[in-house]
Design a protein around this ligand. Structure first.
Ligand SMILES: Cc1cc2nc3c(=O)[nH]c(=O)nc-3n(C[C@H](O)[C@H](O)[C@H](O)COP(=O)(O)O)c2cc1C
Length: 204
């Protein structure tokens, strides 16, 4: 299966079959896709919590508008953005230099360039920027699921502050969107609706 052949098959799954678990090998592929997503400067300012624990899910459900996917999907991936992008720059340079010491000089210059960019941004903008990168990673995760014929639902319908508290997140990590994954119990109740090409695209 390719992602393109699965575009009509995938849908935002509302009802998952409880107890049907995504295989570890498949979950690893989904995580690999998320890890491979492009991000600005390659800084990957996100973290994903993979939740399977039923007690944690039971706590998450009431702060997620009681949406059934939270307890019935095989896994709940909680995408969080990081607010510490500035601190991540020297970490990037140090780790990348360990991996490719022959590029140490270039990486040092790249680090200085990134630092110069980050210094000009306000904290609010750094957070906004990190959120955008996190959604690209979500997109890669959704695409990987479709290709593997694993159902998924992107979900923003939850109280982020409550979720951060339940997961006891460090202060520089903030939840922003879920991707629940598993297997559909029902087909979609209505056909897909999309605006037309004309509405969405302009060639100039
Ligand atoms: C960022 C985002 C947040 C969403 N939040 C929810 C949600 O909280 N609950 C839900 O059931 N669906 C949620 N959806 C699913 C959308 O409603 C769905 O993708 C859209 O209606 C298009 O339908 P399709 O994905 O089945 O093609 C969300 C989708 C996105 C991209």
């Amino acid at each position: 299966m390719s992602f393109l052949s699965q575009l009509d098959w995938r849908f935002a799954t509302k009802v998952f079959t409880p107890h049907q678990t995504v295989r570890t090998e498949d979950l690893d592929e989904i995580l690999r896709a998320i890890r491979s997503a492009p991000t600005s400067f390659g800084l990957q300012p996100f973290h994903v919590y993979v939740v399977t624990d039923s007690d944690v899910r039971a706590k998450l459900k009431p702060v997620s508008f009681d949406q059934a996917q939270v307890t019935d999907a095989s896994h709940v991936l909680i995408f969080c953005y990081r607010t510490d992008a500035r601190e991540r720059i020297p970490q990037y340079v140090a780790k990348a230099t360990t991996q490719m010491p022959e590029h140490a000089e270039a990486l040092k210059g790249y680090g200085a360039y990134m630092q110069g960019f980050a210094e000009r941004l306000t904290d609010d903008w750094i957070h906004e920027w990190a959120k955008r990168q996190t959604y690209i990673a979500l997109g890669f995760g959704l695409a990987a699921c479709a290709e593997l014929q694993i159902d998924s639902c992107p979900m923003e319908g939850f109280n982020t502050e409550e979720v951060d508290r339940i997961l006891n997140l460090p202060s520089h990590v903030k939840s922003i969107v879920y991707m629940t994954v598993g297997y559909r119990a029902e087909e979609p109740t209505r056909p897909k609706f999309r605006f037309s090409d004309k509405d969405l695209f302009t060639t100039v």
